[in-house]
Design a protein around this ligand. Structure first.
Ligand SMILES: *Cc1c(COP(=O)(O)O)cnc(C)c1O
Length: 451
């Protein structure tokens, strides 16, 4: 009589494993995955975090080197998301998102590179943008709703979002970019996709674009008539897929039988948070190196325990020029706000442009491998950490962008023309289509209401 009701209760609990997310500021209620994805930011300006992060079973780690990237991504996302997306639908989403490889390539003894640039925009942000768009489209289809994603971009985020949301059912994308302030190739990446992607070429600077987008979200008439949403980089749906490739990288080097160290070139630290979540799920990572350029707020925090945001400075690894890293709250939340515990898993390193360029050149000269400036920062952090710790480890640094994306810098440093991937050459040949607009919110509003 006594044992039966208990077993029944456990079975019920098993059936309702849905993902719950709380705000790191804890002054708003928990939400489900769908709400977190469409809201982006909780109303108390915290960041959404999963209420529980499950550990994957031992059998998964024992057999992971026999699984494909897609199979690994499916197991990891299923464990995190639970029943919010049924297995069959999640499988379709994952197979569509993870349709390019993330190979680990050896560069020198004990140093490998995880190439995250084989997606459509040639940068790791493809993983986040693609997963976010598929998840949004999945939830929208169930409700038969349409939304418009509005983004301001200074270049890089815009191209990942545009590519990521291309042809996503139920979603229109309107991108605002400052005329003449993005590189020719970046402009082509934003303006040649067509279909559900529209580019507005604003006669102004990036801040004008951002102001117009902010005004749109605050305009009651506009938000009453159109379902506006953002594709903000702190959205939880961009974080989840950034854990997949840490597992896949580990699976690729497991046979070497050494402790594994990851060095992550970082700006807002979303990429590193993906790794910390993977570790929490049981991935046996010996150490993470949080590597930055001169914008070293987090490495400083790791040395001193003081978090002191400051204005960013410009560097040759400009996608990491961040003075107030937005995922800091998530990092410390994962360690219960315990600096010592965080320091146990993560070591900080920072490098100036001269050192970064020298490493890019040195690695190319010695090995023939061409890094981009962001990857070169990651390489330096890994190399120094392995030397400092005298650890006989399998070191992996993350290459977050293809060198052709930063071709001016790379060509000059290595003294040779970088090979441009075929899909980037194709984009360069296409005709630009953009709607010119002065930096006036009323014009944006009129356009959005009339289109
Ligand atoms: C965005 C970006 C980064 C920084 O990633 P975070 O998740 O913000 O730390 C690094 N490299 C490249 C090429 C990027 O585009």
């Amino acid at each position: 009589m006594s044992s039966k009701p208990i077993r029944f209760k456990i079975d019920i609990l098993k059936l309702i494993t849905v993902m719950k997310l709380f705000s790191t500021k804890r002054s708003v209620p928990e939400v489900d995955l769908k709400e977190a994805v469409f809201k982006g930011l909780p109303d108390d300006n915290g960041l959404y975090m999963p209420e529980s992060i499950p550990t994957l079973p031992k059998s998964f780690f024992e057999t992971m080197d026999t699984l494909s990237f897609q199979e690994i991504a499916f197991q990891v996302s299923k464990a995190l998301i639970g029943e919010d997306v049924p297995d069959a639908d999640l499988k379709i989403i994952i197979e569509d998102v993870v349709n390019f490889d993330a190979p680990v390539v050896q560069v020198e003894e004990n140093i490998h590179v995880l190439e995250l640039f084989h997606g459509p925009s040639l940068a790791f942000k493809d993983f986040g943008a693609r997963f976010m768009s598929r998840l949004m489209a999945y939830f929208l289809r169930k409700e038969n709703k349409r939304i418009t994603i509005l983004v301001a971009t200074s270049g890089d985020t815009g191209s990942a979002v545009a590519q990521g949301f291309l042809n996503a059912p139920g979603i229109d994308v309107v991108i605002l970019y400052p005329s003449g302030k993005v590189s020719d190739l970046q402009e082509k990446q934003l303006t040649t996709l067509g279909n559900n992607i529209v580019a507005l070429e604003v006669d102004g600077v990036f801040d004008d674009c951002q102001r117009m987008v902010k005004e749109a979200f605050l305009d009651k008439e506009l938000t009453g008539k159109i379902n506006l949403s953002s594709a903000n980089s702190i959205n939880i749906s961009r974080l989840i897929p950034q854990s997949f490739y840490y597992f896949y990288a580990y699976a690729q080097v497991k046979k070497l039988g050494k402790p594994v160290v990851f060095s992550v070139p970082s700006g807002n630290f979303g990429n590193l948070c993906g790794g910390l979540i993977a570790k929490r799920m049981g991935l046996p990572v010996a150490k993470f190196v949080a590597t930055t350029n001169a914008n070293d707020v987090i490495p400083q925090y790791l040395y001193t325990g003081l978090f002191e945001p400051r204005p960013s400075v410009q560097t040759i690894s400009n996608a990491m020029d961040v003075g107030n890293p937005s995922n800091f709250q998530r990092m410390i939340e994962l360690y219960g706000n315990d600096w010592t515990a965080l320091k146990n898993d993560v070591v900080g390193k920072a490098y100036d442009d001269a050192t970064t360029a020298a490493a890019l050149k040195d690695v190319y000269t010695r090995t023939g491998y061409v890094m981009d400036p962001h990857g070169a920062v990651g390489y330096l952090g890994l190399k120094d950490y392995l030397q400092d710790s005298a650890m006989d480890a399998t070191g992996i640094f993350l290459a977050t962008a293809h060198p052709a994306k930063f071709i001016e810098v790379v060509n000059e440093v290595i003294g040779k023309e970088v090979e441009i991937p075929e899909r980037l050459k194709e984009v360069a040949k296409k005709e630009k289509v953009a709607i010119p607009m002065t930096a006036d919110f009323q014009l944006l509003k009129k356009y959005l209401l009339e289109r």
